[in-house]
Design a protein around this ligand. Structure first.
Ligand code: 13P
Length: 258
């Protein structure tokens, strides 16, 4: 049975008090974790240390929403993945569409950041996804293939600590998630594309979906065979919602012998 992943991307939200309440709410509602699931939250950088404290000795992991493509040096305003790792972080979201859209990040930078994250011992959560215009003009697969090839061109695919996230830009923050059928079909496409490089790696690679996942649509999305979990935005800011989504993920876990 493949593992499942639930990762909350808090984006630029939170403060010391609300972060504490949110983590407390999650841990109170889910005191222990199913062994085949990993849960993590990704707060803004200034709160990483707070998250390290709040999650100490718990199952809850944490990570950064972005990292530098360098490990150290004169890069004003950047954060090394080594720093995230030193604080106890395990993940780094890489190439999120909001960084592409507002910070001018491109495919090549995404690949270099993913490699730097791996070199620092973090699990990169590599985001790919098409815009509405790209989908409408029938270019979804072309775009996904380009983003994927750029990222995996840098990464040694034998590495087994990578998560891929399919996040169609048109579904992010819109309240309108991709249909389960679209999610399955694009996850399948991504897996097949990776399989061209490395079949065994592709079969093992966790592919999570992100874009308007909430408690009301999580079950149908998580029931798809190529969906290994979710990258949750706004619904991750509400402990009750996040925990309910976790519950839906649990239902998608079927015993290996069934
Ligand atoms: P929403 O769940 O708010 O649509 O955001 C998804 C996302 O961007 C996660 O990285």
């Amino acid at each position: 049975m493949k593992k499942k992943w639930l990762i909350g991307n808090w984006k630029m939200h939170g403060n010391l008090a609300s972060n504490k309440a949110l983590v407390g709410g999650i841990l109170a509602a889910v005191p222990s974790l199913h062994e085949q699931v990993s849960i993590a939250v990704c707060p803004p950088f200034p709160y990483l240390y707070q998250l390290a404290e709040l999650t100490r000795d718990t199952y809850l992991g944490f990570g950064a929403q972005n990292v530098s493509d360098h490990l150290q040096g004169a890069y004003t305003g950047e954060t090394s993945p080594l720093m995230v790792k030193e604080l106890g972080g395990s993940y780094a979201i890489i190439g999120h569409s909001e960084r592409r859209q507002y910070q001018g990040e491109n495919d090549g930078l995404m690949g270099r950041k993913a490699l730097a994250a791996i070199d620092a011992g973090l699990i990169p959560v590599i985001c790919v996804g098409e815009t509405a215009e790209e989908r409408d003009s029938g270019r979804t697969h072309e775009v996904l293939a380009r983003q994927l090839d750029a990222a995996f061109g840098y990464i040694r695919t034998a590495h087994d600590k990578i998560i891929l996230a399919y996040e169609p830009r048109w579904a992010i923050g819109t309240g309108i998630a991709a249909t389960p059928e679209i999610v399955q079909s694009e996850h399948e496409f991504l897996r097949q594309r990776i399989a061209i490089r490395d079949k065994a790696f592709a079969a093992k690679l966790p592919i999570v979906y992100g874009g308007s996942v909430k408690s009301s649509n999580a079950a149908s999305i998580f029931s798809m065979p190529d969906v290994d979990g979710g990258l949750i935005g706004s619904a991750a800011l509400n402990a009750q919602e996040f925990v309910t989504i976790y519950g839906e993920l649990l239902k998608a876990i079927v015993p290996a012998n069934s």
